[in-house]
Design a protein around this ligand. Structure first.
Ligand code: SAH
Length: 252
């Protein structure tokens, strides 16, 4: 059996209880290189076979899965954050299904959640944005034409850009092209929830300078939108004059 597990954004205590239990029980652990905090590997049994997938191809990983099954091993495939976001898991799951090898998925805390926590931010603020766009700057993996970053930016929604910290020039250009004012708040969050976490705040117009200030283009998210600003409306859910299924109106 293969268990895909989301490792969370970095801090070892941000993996789910289920994910940790699976690491403790597994006989073979294949983890996604530098993105996974090595402290999570300490949860594994002493005789667990541990593989770093960074130098491996999909075919290599499939071979480890198949060999593990032959040996009756319980395998954990540990992906950073949540496996469903830029995890390259679909091709692995399809490969397993084609070989009739059973698998399941344990979700994880994605980096965009870790980054919001680091910033103490909320993506979905009333009167600001009720939509979060998760995307990336078109790079070596091109985004489909309908998902050009400028077109996405035109919505004015909150944005979290993965895999793009080395492309802040393009990010800036596309976000401005999409109509975001250059003074729109932005943040770079490096290694959210890791001990070495760093945050650089600024504006969309200043993204390249922010990257210089950050001093790295690895393991960072670009966040942009008015949700990082100071103005928003208060929620209806907790508004005394608003009534819903679990609470009547209140007079104050
Ligand atoms: N599945 C992962 C994303 C994998 S893609 C998730 O759900 O978070 C790898 C990219 O994720 C990195 O290039 C970076 O943009 C982002 N990332 C991963 N961990 C991060 C962290 N702790 N802080 C900031 N960005 C992170």
């Amino acid at each position: 059996m293969i268990h895909f597990v989301g490792a969370g954004p970095g801090a070892p205590d941000l993996i789910t209880v289920r994910g940790k239990n699976l690491i403790e029980r597994c006989d073979q652990l294949i983890y996604a290189g530098s993105l996974v905090n090595p402290e999570l590997l300490d949860f594994a049994k002493k005789d667990c076979r541990i593989h770093d997938s960074a130098p491996l191809t999909l075919e290599d990983v499939m071979e480890l899965f198949v060999e593990g099954e032959k040996d009756g091993l319980l395998t954990v495939r540990l992906h950073t954050g949540d496996p469903s976001i830029y995890g390259a898991v679909r091709e692995q799951m399809d490969g397993l299904a084609a070989r009739s090898i059973p698998f399941d998925v344990t979700p994880g805390v994605s980096a965009f959640c870790g980054a919001a926590a680091a910033l103490k931010a909320e993506y979905t603020l009333p009167d600001v944005s009720q939509t979060l766009i998760i995307s990336r700057v078109s790079g070596r993996t091109a985004t489909p034409p309908g998902e050009d970053l400028a077109a996405l930016a035109a919505h004015g929604a909150s944005m979290a850009l993965f895999l793009s910290a080395s492309l802040t020039d393009t990010a800036r250009q596309k976000l401005l092209e999409g109509g975001l004012p250059p003074e729109t708040p932005a943040a770079l969050v490096y290694k959210a929830t890791w001990p070495e976490q760093r945050i650089v705040r600024g504006t969309v117009g200043g993204l390249p300078e922010m990257r210089q200030a950050l001093g790295t283009d690895k393991t960072a998210l670009i966040l942009a939108g008015r949700f990082l600003g100071d103005e928003y409306g208060r929620s209806k859910l907790y508004d005394p004059s608003f009534e819903h299924g679990y609470r009547g109106k209140r007079t104050i």
